[in-house]
Design a protein around this ligand. Structure first.
Ligand SMILES: Cc1cc2nc3c(=O)[nH]c(=O)nc-3n(C[C@H](O)[C@H](O)[C@H](O)COP(=O)(O)O)c2cc1C
Length: 336
């Protein structure tokens, strides 16, 4: 049996924090990261995270219970900070004593980090700048995920390699930092671990795992795609700040442009406030992603994918993907 000593030594801090065998998180992917994939990841020694997305508290309640029925290992829950029922969702996590909550999609609103810590949950946050990262980590967040623009889904403007150089030397000694975005091979994992990362988070690489419930046509689109097909959405109206989303180019990419114009018009007419306008954009994405992932509408739905999609060429069980990543990392560290 493979042991991956060097990789596991560098992952020890992250794995101890997560309670998993390896510090490889499968980043939450709306509609994809449900009970089956999450449990498979955790059972394989990684750390699965349920994507709450736009779920109601009742649905999240069911999903957590169903995931627990499939794995006895730790897993996390990813909550979107702009969800109107964020605190009710935290209440559901408290009910199930979820060990780790990832607060994504924005700065955690006042009281949210405390509410999670109150029931004993550990909090992972994202931060767009080093200053904000320091502030969040000093005021209670337990770990940070830095995510570069190579990633699939909602993205920031800076690449993973630059974020890693900026954040890791400044934070890695005192805090737990996980690196996400554009990781498709273990060699890259080794490099970030050597720079001080506590672990890594991958999404695209796991989206088409055998255990992923994503529609076969969604998976086929991934297998066919190259890095350059995974493009970031464009903001068409300067008054309506939309967070860019990286997805495979299709007809849905153009529909998003039309959707932005429609929402910008509602803003102009005074029919909606800015917060509501942004929520409508997010609901659009949730619906479009569902069409692609669940219904297999790869033309009009959203095929959110990162630039590492070119390295996803076949359906493989999660255990094989994790074993390959670890072997590649170990080989890279051994060759140094
Ligand atoms: C299809 C898809 C859906 C995603 N949905 C979410 C989400 O709901 N919440 C979130 O925080 N991140 C989401 N992400 C980002 C992932 O959690 C992860 O951070 C990202 O995929 C890592 O970069 P990679 O795709 O280059 O591996 C999504 C990514 C993909 C590909």
């Amino acid at each position: 049996m493979q042991v991956y000593d060097k990789t596991k030594a560098l992952m020890a801090r992250g794995a101890a924090f997560l309670g998993s065998e390896t510090a490889i998180l499968c980043g939450a992917m709306s509609w994809v990261s449900e009970r089956n994939l999450v449990a498979a990841i955790s059972n394989a020694g990684g750390f699965g995270v349920i994507a709450c997305g736009a779920m109601t508290p009742e649905l999240l309640d069911t999903e957590i219970a169903a995931t627990k029925a499939l794995t006895s290992r730790p897993f996390g829950v990813n909550l979107i900070t702009m969800h109107p029922q964020l605190f009710d969702l935290i209440g559901i996590c408290a009910k199930h004593k979820v060990g780790h909550v990832v607060l994504a999609g924005g700065i955690p609103p006042k009281g949210s980090v405390e509410a999670i810590k109150d029931f004993g949950g550990k909090v992972l946050v994202f931060a767009p700048t080093l200053a904000l990262a320091k502030k969040l980590l000093r005021s209670g967040a337990d770990a940070l995920v830095i995510e570069g623009m190579e990633a699939g889904g909602h993205i920031g403007p800076v690449s993973t390699s630059v974020l890693a150089q900026e954040f890791l030397p400044a934070l890695a000694e005192d805090f737990l930092v996980f690196v996400a975005g554009g990781i498709g091979r273990g060699d890259m994992i080794a490099a970030y671990l050597e720079m001080g990362a506590a672990g890594v988070q991958l999404g695209t690489r796991f989206a088409c795992a055998t255990e992923s419930i994503a529609h076969p046509d969604f998976k086929k689109a991934f297998f066919r795609a190259n890095a350059r097909d995974a493009i970031a959405s464009v903001q068409v109206d300067p008054r309506l700040p939309v967070i860019p989303v990286r997805a495979l180019k299709n007809k849905g990419t153009e529909e998003f442009t039309a959707k932005q114009r429609e929402v910008a018009q509602l803003l102009d007419d005074g029919a909606v406030e800015m917060g509501e306008a942004q929520l409508r954009i997010e609901h659009y994405w949730a619906g479009a992603l569902r069409r692609a992932v669940i219904d297999g509408d790869v033309e009009n739905g959203s095929l959110m994918a990162g630039q590492s999609v070119g390295m996803v060429t076949a359906e493989e069980p999660v255990t094989d993907i994790i074993a390959r990543l670890l072997a590649e990392s170990e080989a890279a560290l051994t060759a140094r």
